[in-house]
Design a protein around this ligand. Structure first.
Ligand SMILES: CC(C)(COP(=O)(O)OP(=O)(O)OC[C@H]1O[C@@H](n2cnc3c(N)ncnc32)[C@H](O)[C@@H]1OP(=O)(O)O)[C@@H](O)C(=O)NCCC(=O)NCCS
Length: 138
C-alpha cells in the first residue's frame, strides 16, 4: 500500500506509519484492496471512516498503470456498501479542485458539491467537499 500511495499521491503521500495508524483503527476504519486476479499485485485500495450517520472516504487510489479500467469505481462502490452496512446514510469526501479524474469519478457516482475551502492545500488549490446520499443500489 505504501508503494502505491507514493505513486498515487506523489506530492503528499501518507507514510507507512500513517497507513498502519489507519489500519489500527479498524473497525471504525474499513479498508479494501483490489488485486490482479491470481497475483499478489495490488491494483488499488480505498478506506472508509464509519462514525454514525455520515461516513467519510479517507482515501482511494488506483495504480497509475491500472487506471481507466473501472477499478476506482468498483472500490468506491465497495465503500458505499460497507458504509450502508455500517449504518451510514450518506458519504462525504474531500477532493482537490484540480483532480479531474477523481472529480469525474465522484460526479459519475452521484456526489454533489457541499462547499469549497479556498486555497486549502499548500499548493494554493481549493478543496471541494462532496456528499452523496446512500441508497441500496450504491
Ligand atoms: C481517481 C482514481 C482513483 C480513478 O481510478 P480509475 O480506476 O482510473 O477510475 P475508473 O476507471 O473506475 O473510472 C470511473 C469514472 O471516473 C471518471 N474518470 C476516470 N478517469 C478520468 C479522467 N482521467 N478524467 C475524467 N474523468 C475520469 C469517469 O467518470 C469514469 O467513468 P467512465 O469509465 O464511465 O468514463 C485514480 O485516477 C487515482 O488513483 N488517482 C490518484 C489518486 C487520487 O486522486 N485519488 C482520489 C483522491 S480524492
Amino acid at each position: 500500500m505504501a508503494g502505491l500511495e507514493r505513486a498515487a499521491f506523489p506530492d503528499d503521500p501518507w507514510t507507512e506509519a500513517s497507513l498502519w495508524g489507519e489500519l489500527a483503527q479498524r473497525p471504525r476504519r474499513s479498508y479494501v484492496v483490489m488485486r490482479e486476479p491470481g497475483s499478489e499485485e495490488l491494483l488499488g485500495y480505498a478506506g472508509l471512516d464509519l462514525a454514525g450517520d455520515v461516513a467519510d472516504v479517507m482515501t482511494l487510489a488506483v495504480d497509475p498503470h491500472a487506471r481507466g479500467r473501472g477499478i476506482g469505481g468498483l472500490l468506491l462502490e465497495d465503500l458505499h456498501r460497507r458504509a450502508l452496512a455500517g449504518g451510514a446514510a450518506s458519504m462525504m469526501l474531500e477532493v482537490r479542485s484540480g483532480n479531474e479524474p477523481a472529480r469525474g469519478l465522484y460526479a459519475a457516482r452521484g456526489y454533489s458539491l457541499v462547499r469549497s475551502r479556498p486555497r486549502y492545500y499548500p499548493s494554493g488549490e481549493d478543496a471541494l467537499v462532496l456528499r452523496k446520499e446512500l441508497s441500496a443500489d450504491v
